[in-house]
Design a protein around this ligand. Structure first.
Ligand SMILES: [Zn+2]
Length: 605
């Protein structure tokens, strides 16, 4: 990365020096944590806890030192380059957040977390939410206090979320997640009702862990993992840890689920590539650190979903898999692709979810924790709310709290605001991948050929090399040419899963040619004008009749039928129209109550 030239004050240099020490202490803590999760013998815990605690308070002292505040104040007036301003912005944010929260409160939260963890484990074991509820209540109260220390005038959940996403406002996050919910819920309902049969059992069987480990290492070779700066181990929960000089990944193996290990390995590879791609010369400054969790997750999801779950990848990869895992010799590329992309219709567990339903698991958690922190939901009502939302979004209802609201560890740590980053990462991955497809000629052919260099170079040039130089939205805008939006993700999943589950055929459709799409766009503008003009004065039935008479795609609208959606998806040319058409098909089949809404639908009544 080129460094812009500008007069640099002594204060700026000293600030950088201090930040580097803080950052080094933090990364040393990261190595101890990796060791604890991967190689440390169990007996090492008492000493490790002390080592971690000392490092953590050293880091806190370094970043909250009064001298840091003085230096920041001194620099305020200095003339800085764009990169230097970004460095100061990031250090200031870290300093202020750490300095505003009293150390006693941080310790109280940490103590509650360790007690809550034990209570959560036991509550989950015996399926008794009431054992965990008091700790969750304490966490909610402490975290509200924590948010008030940082900014008493703002929504507490918005403040908490900034621990993970400092540059995205709650409003933007909510609007992205709502867009996802609006279109995923009906799509998943369609899939549940479809009678397409996918080759879901392609990888059924027992596959020795040793064979799977060989395959995982070969996968990393194929993708281009730098073994001189990394390693692969196993851990209970796969994770990635490190920096531009040394980033290690872990995975987990299950002899009956080779796709699980493969997916985790590719996912963590994406995280690792981001760390390894950060500029080495910026080590110890924010420019050498990754942006927020959503950006990190976008890198893992891009590799896991847009590469590892693609048809092109399976064309390349299946022969290798067959060589390593005896028993799948008869599998075709289509079989493997279908198995890797199947949607589990009755899965209640987030970490076992497929690419599509995963996000509704996240949405349930996001909505509940936001309401808890904002005081709109009480702790005792969490199980009921959880189960209702599962039924509403996924059409399934947990029978126990162990497989319901007690399944995740996050709330026992007091981590509120973390869950949304998973979905934001996938949404961003789709936008970045669409831009990479635009910029790289024949991207999927390069994947099928095993040439990942163009994609590595694109991600390095557009994301990795910048570290925390730009705020999240700006980074996405620079890389893709537009704001961070949900459209690319929604178009990607709707097209992919409608193809896989033959949803076009179900709605009596065939894929719409581009020329028809353009025609529809033009005609819908005219029809929209008629719609709005007529709706201003006409009573309901006649103007719907007029609308449907004029609308060529919806000839069978039941004007006298029960309430449903009007199908004004014509206002937008393609995805919404598809949903509207499917709704009409359901109406025809007597399934009117299953008609699902589009973001653009207008109520009939
Ligand atoms: Zn991840």
């Amino acid at each position: 990365m080129s460094t812009e030239t500008a007069p640099v004050s002594d204060a700026y240099d000293e600030l950088l020096e201090r930040y580097e020490r803080y950052s080094t202490v933090q990364s040393a803590g990261g190595v101890l944590s990796w060791d604890q999760q991967v190689t440390m013998p169990e007996g090492g815990t008492p000493a490790r806890t002390k080592q971690q605690s000392v490092l953590s308070s050293m880091g806190h002292e370094l970043i909250t030192d009064e001298k840091v505040a003085e230096l920041l104040a001194e620099i305020e007036e200095a003339e800085l380059s764009g990169e230097q301003s970004a460095v100061v912005r990031e250090i200031q944010r870290t300093h202020e957040r750490a300095a505003k929260v009293p150390q006693e409160l941080v310790e109280e939260i940490s103590e509650t977390a360790s007690e809550a963890l034990t209570a959560w484990e036991s509550a989950k074991e015996v399926d008794d939410f009431s054992e965990f509820a008091p700790y969750l209540q304490t966490h909610v109260e402490l975290k509200r206090e924590y948010a008030a220390e940082i900014d008493p005038d703002r929504d507490p959940y918005a403040v908490l979320m900034e621990d993970y996403e400092p540059c995205l406002s709650l409003d933007r996050v909510e609007s992205l997640l709502e867009a996802v919910r609006e279109r995923l819920v009906p799509l998943i309902a369609e899939i549940r009702d479809s009678d397409a049969s996918l080759a879901v059992d392609t990888f059924d069987g027992e596959f020795p862990v040793a064979d799977q480990e060989v395959l995982a290492r070969e996968t990393l070779d194929t993708l281009g993992y730098d073994w001189d700066r990394g390693r692969l181990d196993t851990s209970t929960h796969p994770f990635t840890a490190g920096n531009q000089f040394d980033t290690r990944i872990t995975t987990r193996f299950d002899s009956s689920d080779p796709l699980g290990a493969l997916g985790s390995t590719i996912h963590e590879f994406g995280h690792a590539q981001y760390n390894l791609g950060l500029p080495r010369e910026e080590w110890g400054t924010p420019l050498g650190e990754s942006r927020d969790l959503s950006v990190h997750e976008s890198q893992s999801r891009l590799w896991e979903n847009h590469v590892g779950r693609s048809q092109a990848f399976w064309e390349l990869f299946l022969p290798q898999m067959k060589a390593d895992l005896p028993g799948i010799e008869d599998a075709s590329v289509a079989d493997a692709y279908q198995a890797a992309n199947q949607v589990y219709e009755d899965n209640l567990i987030r970490v076992e979810a497929d690419e599509l339903t995963y996000h509704l698991h996240v949405l349930v958690r996001f909505e509940i924790e936001r309401d808890l922190i904002e005081g709109d939901l009480s702790v005792e009502d969490v199980p009921q709310e959880w189960n209702d939302k599962y039924e509403q979004y996924l059409g399934i209802r947990p029978e126990s709290n162990a497989e319901g609201c007690l399944q995740d560890i996050h709330w026992s740590h007091g981590n509120f605001g973390y869950f949304p980053t998973y979905t934001l990462g996938s949404v961003m991955a789709a936008q970045l991948h669409a831009a990479a497809e635009r910029d790289i000629d024949g991207l999927s052919e390069t994947v099928a050929d095993g040439d990942f260099q163009p994609l590595h170079e694109w991600l390095s040039a557009n994301v990795h090399q910048y570290g925390a130089r730009f705020e999240t939205n700006e980074l996405v805008k620079q890389a893709t040419g537009e704001e961070f939006v949900a459209d690319h993700f929604l178009n990607y999943v709707e097209t992919k899963y409608s193809d896989l589950y033959d949803l076009w055929a179900r709605a009596g459709e065939s894929a719409e040619p581009e020329a028809v799409s353009r025609w529809r766009l033009a005609s819908s503008a005219v029809l929209s004008a008629v719609w709005f003009l007529s709706s201003a004065s006409a009573p309901a039935a006649p103007h719907y009749r007029l609308w449907y008479t004029l609308c060529p795609s919806l000839p069978t609208y039941p004007v006298d039928g029960p309430a449903g959606n009007c199908g004004a998806g014509c206002l937008l040319p393609w995805p919404a129209w598809r949903i509207a058409s499917r709704n009409l098909a359901r109406q025809d089949e007597g399934d009117a109550e299953k008609r699902t809404s589009t973001p653009f639908c207008l109520p009939v009544e």
